[in-house]
Structure formats: C-alpha cells, structure tokens
Design a protein around this ligand. Structure first.
Ligand code: FAD
Length: 381
C-alpha cells in the first residue's frame, strides 16, 4: 500500500488532496493507496476574505470552514502540528511524539507572518493579513475621522502581492463614501522603484493612484516604526508621519521546514519550478506559498500547482512517467475600489495586461468569494 500524505490543509493542501482522490479513486477504494491530510487545527481559512472583512463585504465566519467538510470522505484528516519531517526515514514527527510514515509527501504549509522582524511593526501598524487584525483594522476605520493613512510593505516576499494595492484603492473609495477623502491623505510605499513587482502592471496601477490623488513613495524599505511618535522611517532616508498605518508584515516559510533541513534561509523550500519536486529530495512535492519559486504567493498559484502535483503523484503511483508541468499560471483579481476590479492572468512566458477596471470584474470576484468553498476547495474545476 502507498501512503500519500499532504502536510497542510489550506488552499493548496485541500485542493491537491481532493484532486489526488479524484485521480486515484479506484486505488484508494481498493486499499492500494491511503491518502491523508495533516493540518494543525483542521480549520481551512479563505484568506482573501480578510480584505473583504475590513470593508464589511464578508463576515468573519464566512472566511473559515471545517477542513473535514471540504475533503472527500475517503481522505483521512489528522489534526496535529507537525514538528519535523524526516526525508531520509520518510516520516513526519507530530507534536506529542507520534510519527506518520509516507511514501509520497506534499508540503503545503503556507507562509508565516513575522511582524516582530520589523522593529515597531506589532505596536505601530494595523494589518489585515490574519482575521484578528482584519477585524481590528475594520474597527479602527469605523473610528477614523480623517487624517493621513500610510500603506506599507515591510518585507518581501509576501503573499498576495496585489493586496497592498487593493487595500489602498479600497481605502480611497471608503473615505470618499464616508465624506472623509477631502480631510485625508493616502500614501503608498513599496520596497522597489515602482508600485508593483510586475513591470507590465506597475504603470497601470501608478496611473490609477495618481488619478485618485494617492501619493506613492518608491523605493521605500521600512527601517523602523515609532508607534509613540507615529512615524514610519525608511532605509532610504525618508520618514513619513501617519495617523493610521496599514502594513504587510514580513513573511517566512514554516519553521519546521528549516528545522528539517528542507528550507532555505527564509524557510522556503527550493523547488523545481516545472515539476514542483523539492530539489535534492525524493518523493516530496511542494506547492503554494511554501516554495521558493519566484512567482506570486497566491491561492490561485497553489490551485494551479495542485493540478500538476496531483497528476505527477497519480503517475508515480501507477508507475508511468509524469507528463504534467506547471507553467507558472496565476490568476488574481485586483480590487480597484469598493465596487470595481480588474485582474491579472499570466504564466512564466506571458506577462499580464490588466483590463480597464469594471463593475463586472468586481462582481466576478464577489461571486468567486461565495463559490470558492464548493468549487476551488473541493477541486470541482
Ligand atoms: C489578506 C489576504 C488576501 C489574499 N487575497 C488573495 C487573492 O485575492 N487571490 C489569491 O490567489 N490569493 C490571495 N491571498 C493569498 C492566499 O491566501 C495564499 O497565497 C494561500 O492561502 C496559500 O495557500 P497554501 O496552501 O500555500 O497555504 P495556506 O492556505 O496558508 O495553508 C497552510 C496550511 O498549513 C497548515 N500548517 C502550517 N504549518 C503546519 C504544521 N507545522 N503542522 C500542521 N499544519 C501546518 C496551516 O494550519 C494551514 O492550514 C491572500 C492572502 C491574504 C492574507
């Protein structure tokens, strides 16, 4: 019997497990394959919902579901924290000491937020990268009566590269809707010499910001935040005062990957960008935020990668050569206000060209927020 273990039950882990189940349904039924998902708490978080929570477009409870409800009934769910992977012995060590052996492993542990790596961030900045902070920012905005808002990115790489743009555009609309825009300034800082990483997208976003009176500061790398004085100091020498700071905290891969000798210095796993195999390892695939691939850390990336990994695993189980390759596909909507959006769609060879923002693209995104649970998470398309 082959044991396939998926470590992590977020977007990547859930969709890859359901895809593997579909491809190997017969083998699982006949007991030739056992498929397991190991996840810390068995709660699946739809993180794009956090931005919606800030602006009252989703309720907190709509951003999470029990993992057990999303996985096919033939997939075993183990709710436990994994402390270490032993690639030589092909087993996981769980907190509490138990071991889970595997023949094939998929790592999808996502990224971990590290506000403490940016001096003053935890005390001085709001964020929306986890549910509690999204709710706090929502409440702070309700109290906001005008002033200077600064949006900043405190380290790269970070997941959902478009999220700082989105929150900036949504803030602009939100302040207009509340009649506070005239009494407010919005500033956007970014660590590289343009407002977004992808060269074909940055000028489009810069133009939208200029049209809306949003002031941009690039490159701006955060040195420290003085919470008491409400000042954001940049490595390049600029200092920005703020009344409300909205920051993206530094990210790292999961600690256990470094502890298991699988991670680089940021705990990201060196991964072949086409096969999604962990470099230098056998029987280990990686997807989603956990890889070191130079591509957007995004749910859509994880979902597209899951197609490749599931096919490769099915091929390994059947002893045939894998044919699927991940070609770098990513698809992300970009909210350009409270009721308009555009999107970017690209792969390794074809850069994105976002269409003009429209209500129709916004509507598609809002519908997707609802159908995510039955479509993407259950790997229905
Ligand atoms: C505010 C915000 C907005 C976003 N918007 C978008 C968007 O519009 N579009 C988009 O495509 N992406 C978006 N993203 C990014 C997207 O949510 C992530 O890129 C995606 O969740 C990554 O999927 P993943 O499976 O790699 O990791 P995750 O979904 O983070 O899942 C990781 C899982 O691993 C588990 N885990 C970790 N360590 C252990 C351990 N040691 N033991 C056991 N279990 C463990 C965790 O509990 C978790 O369930 C957004 C993110 C944020 C924060």
């Amino acid at each position: 019997m082959k044991r396939i273990v998926v470590l992590g039950g977020g977007i990547g882990g859930t969709t890859v497990a359901n895809r593997i189940q579909r491809l190997l349904a017969r083998e699982i039924e006949q007991g030739q394959v056992q498929l397991e998902v190991v996840d810390r708490d068995g709660i699946h978080a739809y993180q794009p919902g956090y931005l919606m929570v800030v602006f009252d477009k989703m309720r907190a409870e709509e951003t999470r579901q029990d993992e057990a409800r999303l996985l096919h009934r033939s997939i075993r769910l183990v709710k436990a924290e994994v402390e270490k992977i032993d690639p030589a012995g092909k087993k996981l060590r769980l907190k509490g000491g138990q071991e889970v052996p595997y023949d094939l492993l998929v790592i999808s542990t996502g990224s971990v937020l590290h506000p403490e790596l940016s001096p003053g961030f935890a005390e001085g900045s709001h964020s929306f990268y986890d549910l509690d902070n999204a709710l706090r920012l929502r409440d702070a905005l309700r109290q906001f009566s005008g002033g200077k808002i600064v949006v900043t990115v405190a380290g790269m790489p970070y997941k959902c590269p478009v999220a700082p743009l989105e929150v900036t555009f949504m803030l602009d609309d939100y302040l207009r809707a509340r009649g506070l825009r005239e009494k407010s300034e919005i500033h956007y800082t970014y660590p590289i010499p343009r407002v977004f990483g992808i060269e074909t997208v940055a000028p489009v976003m810069q133009r939208l910001m200029t049209e809306r009176g949003i002031q941009t500061h690039t490159p701006f790398n955060v040195q420290k935040i003085d919470a008491a004085a409400k000042k954001l100091q940049g490595v390049e020498g600029d200092t920005l005062d703020y009344d409300l700071l909205v920051g993206i905290p530094p990210h790292r891969g999961a600690d256990l990957l470094g502890a298991s000798g699988l991670g680089d210095k940021g705990n990201w796993v060196p991964t072949d960008k086409f096969t999604l195999k962990a470099e230098g390892q056998s029987g280990i695939y990686v997807l989603g935020d956990a890889t070191n691939i130079a591509i957007s850390k995004a749910g859509s990336t994880a979902d597209y990668e899951a197609e490749t990994v599931a096919q490769a695993i099915a091929a390994e189980v059947r002893g045939v050569p894998p044919s699927a390759r991940y070609e770098g596909r990513v698809y992300c909507w970009i909210m350009t206000g409270l009721a308009q959006a555009t999107y970017i769609k690209f792969d390794y060879l074809h850069p994105p060209h976002p269409p003009a923002p429209s209500f129709a693209h916004y509507w598609n995104k809002m519908v997707y927020n609802r159908v995510y649970w039955d479509m993407t998470a259950r790997a229905m398309f």
